[in-house]
Design a protein around this ligand. Structure first.
Ligand code: UD1
Length: 418
């Protein structure tokens, strides 16, 4: 079990380039299964989740290479349509291979991903959507087998919740299905827009991505293309929060300033000065963070659930009381117990966290409970008095490329212990 040791209290200052998006690159890697030829993904972040996705592709029979942020995937010889249990467990998002496997082979075999650290995360919406597109589903002994005896056929699918993963799987399965698919109440996250843009470049016919209704007209085949992965809007917010709690000022580049839009206003309300333009975002923190406005996590363009923990840390040392309502995942406040060990005055009631600002946080030995909760604890360690140890950082490695080095560039004192 690896850990970070952080000597807090140093102002973060300087400039860093934002990594490519984790949540964006995973469906793109899956989509490469559908494309004939060599797919090149530039700016692919070097993360354990990305490596897990590449391992799955290799297992399926694809040729893969990954060097200096460029992933090269050639799926000409892909022959397997099953993902073994251990690979499914390695990365919960491996369910995003489902739509591509069905599109490519008309068959898929995966395991039920089961619960995980932030909630139950069922896959009923994925299953129902694949059934609507013509898949027959048989579940036995934890394995789920999908077959399409009559091929995939376009359908009208109305989602009871705008699930990101389900919308991605529908796009992947529908783009080479016969006829028209209409997704109603589709997820609108930038990762959906990016996947649709990528698939359209490959020859797909998708209209309306980024809106609530998406129409896909099936095409015969897709051809591989080169694509640069969008910047990671969630990682960007974590670095901005790190600047905010250390009274620092940092410049992020390689960013698209519009991506974290739902969050930017909240930094300003807390007293931070922002300047955002093109691929840059600059943030300058006040001497004392003002009250964090009420945060309700929502599907995009609402406040992202992946960024709520960063704002909880800001609330912990702000003036007044911050309230966070988590509407997406039922178990996303585990980090609060660790934050309390650092002197935060916080409590949770079901899906609500109430955090009263204190003058400062103190150091402690804390455990990263999940990816975003873990990175937020590092942010807390950066502003806490003394030496904080964040354990179990394998979670953080799933989503932040070169995390400690990026923070060091900004002046943090942080070391990794394996
Ligand atoms: C993706 C992101 C994750 C982000 C989340 C919400 C990736 C790799 N992960 O996760 O970082 O926090 O979107 O923005 O892109 N649900 C069901 N049944 C289903 C599917 C989902 O009940 O079949 C529920 C989930 O339990 C959750 C909600 O719907 O409560 C949203 O999940 P979803 O949008 O699917 O999130 P993911 O795609 O798993």
């Amino acid at each position: 079990m690896a850990s970070f040791v952080i000597e807090g209290g140093r102002k973060l200052e300087g400039e860093i380039k934002i990594q490519g998006s984790k949540n964006g690159s995973l469906p793109l890697l899956s989509a490469s299964l559908l494309a004939e030829g060599k797919t090149l993904l530039y700016g692919c972040p070097d993360l354990s989740d990305v490596r897990a996705a590449l391992n799955i592709l290799t297992y399926l029979g694809c040729e893969t290479a990954f060097d200096k942020g460029v992933a090269v995937i050639d799926c000409s010889n892909a022959k397997r349509s099953n993902i073994p249990d251990d690979m499914m467990q390695e990365m919960r998002s491996s369910v995003v291979f489902l739509g591509a496997l069905l599109g490519r082979f008309g068959r898929a075999e995966i395991s039920a991903p089961g619960g995980c650290e932030i909630g139950l995360r069922p896959i009923d919406l994925h299953l129902d959507a694949m059934k609507a597109l013509g898949a027959q589903v048989v579940e036995s002994g934890g394995r789920i087998v999908f077959t399409c005896p009559d091929g995939l056929k376009g359908a009208r699918i109305s989602l009871s919740f705008p699930s990101v993963g389900t919308t991605e799987n529908i796009l992947l399965a529908a783009c080479t299905a016969k006829g028209e698919t209409v997704i109603i109440n589709a997820a609108r996250e930038p990762e959906i827009t990016e996947l649709a843009e990528f698939l359209n470049d490959c020859g797909a016919n998708i209209k309306g991505a980024g809106e609530s209704v998406i129409t896909v007209n099936g095409v015969e085949r897709l051809n591989a293309v080169e694509h640069t992965v969008y910047p990671d809007r969630i990682a960007a917010v974590t670095y901005m929060a790190a600047a905010a709690v250390t009274r620092g000022n940092i410049l992020l580049h390689g960013m698209n300033h519009e991506l974290p839009m739902p969050v930017l206003e909240n930094f300003e309300k807390a007293g931070c000065n922002l300047a955002a333009d093109g691929d840059r975002i600059y943030i300058k923190a006040p001497k004392q963070l003002g009250r964090i406005p009420l945060i309700r996590t929502m599907p995009y363009p609402g406040f992202p659930t992946d960024s709520q923990a960063d704002f909880a840390v800001m609330a912990a040392i702000s003036v007044g009381t911050g309230i966070i309502v988590e509407n997406i995942f039922e178990n996303r406040f585990k980090y609060i117990a660790e934050l309390i060990k650092m002197g935060a005055c916080a409590r949770t009631e079901g899906r609500v966290a109430v955090i009263e600002g204190v003058k400062e946080l103190n150091s402690a030995n804390v455990m990263s409970p999940d990816l975003r909760g873990g990175s937020a604890l590092v942010v807390a360690g950066l502003c806490a008095k003394g030496k904080t140890t964040v354990e179990n950082i394998e979670h953080i490695d799933r989503g932040y490329e070169n995390f400690e080095n990026q923070l060091k560039v900004l002046g943090a004192k942080i070391t990794r212990r394996d």
